[in-house]
Design a protein around this ligand. Sequence first.
Ligand SMILES: [Zn+2]
Length: 482
Amino acid sequence: MIYKVISKLLYNRLSVTLPDIVHENQGVFIKGRSILENILICQDIVKLYNRAAVSPRCLFKIGLQKAYDTVEWDFVENLLLGLKFRTIFCQQVMACIKTTSFTLSLNGSNFGYFNGQRELKLFHLMFADDLLLFCNGNALSVMLLLRALSTFSKASGLSMNCSKSEDTRLGEKKLSYAGRLTLINSVLNSLYSYWSNIFILPKSIIRRIEAICRNYLWDGSAEYHRVPLVGWDTITLPKIEGGLGIKKAEVWNVAIVAKLVDWIYSKAGSPPIDAAWTWKSICKVKELMKDAYTDGKWQPNLKGYTVRSGYDWLRLHQNKPWWYNTVWNSWNVPKHAFITWLIMHIGMNTREKLYRFGCCSTDACCICENATEIQPHLFFEYDYSKAVVALIQYWCGAFISMSGAMAGGYGNVGGKLKQQVPAIILTACIYNICAQRNSPRINGILMVPSLVAQKIIEGVRQIIKFKCNAKMSRRDEVWLDK
Ligand SMILES: [Zn+2]
């Protein structure tokens, strides 16, 4: 604790002078500097590299290996003395680094003491561990640069990190639609939101990212050339407005970069005519957001600007669909919810649709082959699905229909269950009938309605028992098990 107080005091005193002693080329860790400036400068330099008239140039990107763990303390001391800090201050800093013992506090208990020699975390702030070096592209320049690096490395204890970044691959096994949706929302979203934190991505890259997300959603792979079942504009709406809550890359990108609008306004005027394209495109964001940012202030509904509020300000809006609570009920099995969402958007590839697009030689129903296969025929207006649903209705004591009118008593079921049970049952019916519709083609068999109904009831029972976690009234238990 005392160590923390002392080191904080020393750090506060040091930080006053940091902007003067750390060269302005160091873009991070110093108050008032942004890594963005260095990235933009780098882009401005590199954009000229591929011009034919330019003499050979060389760029090194160097990652320093665990900079904080390997730095030599003598180097730190000499550095501090060399920068003309008072001897007493240098001694205090070095005392903190070299002689302090640390106590490790874990879950409230203290464990032993450590010599503070390589474990110190405070000095992390002083070293950024990535640097770019530019020099002429001839052998002599490169050799001199490497020699300088080597000298620096010996003196400071900092060495170059040559290890390659890890290459992680996703498993080969295909996930369900619902699983893929989760993966898209987490992995791909964070991937592009990382890059779009600073850049307005080129349209071609945005289109490619969206194509990968779209193809992965519908097919589980990056390449897919059929017509998507539901349009991307719909998918990228929030769930409460009928979509899947995947973010629209282009709009999200603008919303993130708009965080910098304050910063852009603080820089004078418009970008120079020969500025890199990135820089110009960031300035365009300022234009896009000009109605949201007036007189140096954000509109009140942007909450002082958050990326989420900015995204909401920029994107399209739709009304809440009537089926929202049914489809996205929190007790639903995710894959049941997804298929039901698809059906609510008339997104299923029925034979009628496939026939119309010339992808199928007949429009007759996959199961009965007696009628045109349109969605209402499958849910639940023809013999097979009607029979399944009739059995479920008999069991639960309520009327089930696609129009959302799920009237009836559900036996004696009450309280919390009353909201969940209708949604669980409807989405389970839709999912299982879809599965049976594909089953003759895939498995060569079609289950009789009574077996399908039994399967659905069994599934519903399991979900309810699992979710209730044995906290169920006797009355509900009787209803569930009958
Ligand atoms: Zn049919």
